[in-house]
Ligand binder design. Structure first.
Ligand SMILES: Cc1cc2nc3c(=O)[nH]c(=O)nc-3n(C[C@H](O)[C@H](O)[C@H](O)COP(=O)(O)OP(=O)(O)OC[C@H]3O[C@@H](n4cnc5c(N)ncnc54)[C@H](O)[C@@H]3O)c2cc1C
Length: 372
């Protein structure tokens, strides 16, 4: 069985790796270089707190694989289980956190609740005004620059073909499968996996599967280095998205940050997602509540990336509803970095065996058609 994976972001490279591990010889086709789409722009958060509950089995599968990544890929992709803290500043958000924690427990996610004295003793400098926090000790972060190239290299070592700088311009049905035409030549396969991220909507549309997906660019930034003291990834429980910032300190001291509802326009054709410096002050205002030290340091770079946001904030995963042999895994709505290894593994299982131990039903592509 020949498989073509369209798109060399985290989802496509991880799928190629796990397909190859299952003994298949996939061909991955990427229009730029692997990992240069949303994946490289990611904040790098490996977070399960706050997720849609039926997505937790996939998130747990992904988290287990992040823990194995160095062994599986033969290189350190800087996954660090530093813990993930979410600070709370008002009673409404405290109630939301407690409700989520209770509902998530049967789904296998245990969150600790921290009182202000515990926050200040364990994480000095964080959230002086916080009234509580949730803490997920086994979550953390990974390096968005390393992960997709690492999956691609490991897939290649197992026999996968990785074709870069060759966008799929045309995808045709043949008698038994598909013919994918690129500027560098044509490739044939029985199966196509659409892992084209924000661009996945265009590919699905070619097969009569419209998806309400909007492409936007969440804005990130990084500061000059500060003395290293913030270990966990830091977020917030807030009903107001304008206060919904997040940050982490990398080992050399810089603070990487994002959130506060800042999402910019993107241009999918060139693949550009411009950051808007004018929106930085609002982000810093939200983030300084989490880490006041941030108010006094210089921001040295801002950036963004093209991400696909589906109307219901859930990804598209599973078999096509119109075309046998076509599969989709795209539109990860700003939280695909954590899921990536699990998505690749689950899609490889589904393609290779026809079934998947992890429930994917809620992510099926025809969910919008059936709602109409
Ligand atoms: C700025 C930013 C910060 C984020 N932070 C986090 C975070 O902290 N935690 C988290 O969990 N998630 C985060 N996300 C989301 C996460 O990064 C994405 O959901 C994830 O990387 C998506 O991976 P992907 O492989 O689906 O898409 P991409 O990485 O975009 O890969 C898709 C690839 O398909 C290629 N492609 C497109 N069309 C074609 C074609 N016709 N032929 C061939 N190739 C094609 C593109 O060039 C691209 O490389 C963030 C996203 C952004 C943009």
């Amino acid at each position: 069985m020949k498989v073509i994976v369209l798109g060399g972001g985290l989802m496509g490279t991880a799928a190629a790796f796990f397909l190859a591990k299952r003994g298949l010889r996939p061909t991955l086709i990427e229009r730029n270089r692997v990992g240069t789409g949303a994946t490289v722009a990611s904040f790098g958060n490996i977070r399960r707190t706050g997720r849609y509950l039926p997505q937790l089995p996939l998130a747990h599968r992904a988290r287990a694989l992040w823990g194995e990544a160095e062994r599986l890929l033969g290189r350190d992709v800087e996954f660090r289980a530093t813990g993930h803290i979410r600070l709370i500043f008002d009673e409404g958000s405290l109630a939301d956190m407690r409700a989520f924690a209770e509902a998530a427990r049967p789904w296998g996610l245990d969150l600790d609740e921290l009182a202000p004295n515990e926050i200040h003793a364990r994480f000095p400098g964080l959230g002086p005004g916080a009234i509580a926090a949730s803490f997920s000790p086994e979550d953390g972060s990974g390096n968005p620059r390393l992960i997709a190239p690492a999956f691609a290299a490991a897939a290649r070592a197992l026999g996968a073909e990785i074709v870069e700088e060759a966008g799929a311009a045309q995808i045709e049905r043949t008698g038994s499968g598909f013919r994918v035409v690129t500027a560098g030549g044509a490739y044939e396969a029985d199966i196509v996996l659409n892992a084209a991220g924000a661009w996945g909507r265009q590919i699905a549309a070619q097969f009569g599967e419209p998806v309400p997906l909007e492409s936007r660019g969440p804005q990130m930034g990084v500061t000059e280095p500060l003395p290293h003291r913030v270990l966990p990834v830091v977020g917030v429980w807030s009903r107001d998205p304008a206060w919904g910032g997040y940050l982490r300190q990398v080992e050399r001291g810089n603070i990487v940050f994002g959130g506060a509802a800042v999402r910019t326009e993107v241009a999918l054709d060139p693949g550009h997602a411009k950051a808007d410096p004018a929106r930085l002050p609002g982000q810093i205002r939200a983030l300084a509540r989490l880490l006041p030290a941030l108010a006094d340091v210089a921001v040295i770079r801002t950036w963004s990336g093209c991400e696909g946001y589906v109307e219901d904030d859930l990804p598209i995963m599973g078999a096509s509803a119109t075309t046998p042999g076509l599969f989709h895994a795209f539109g990860f709505c700003g939280h695909g970095f954590q899921l990536g290894p699990g998505v690749g593994d689950a899609m490889a299982e589904l393609i290779a065996t026809g079934g998947c131990a992890t429930p994917l039903e809620d992510f099926r592509i025809d969910r919008f058609a059936s709602a109409a």
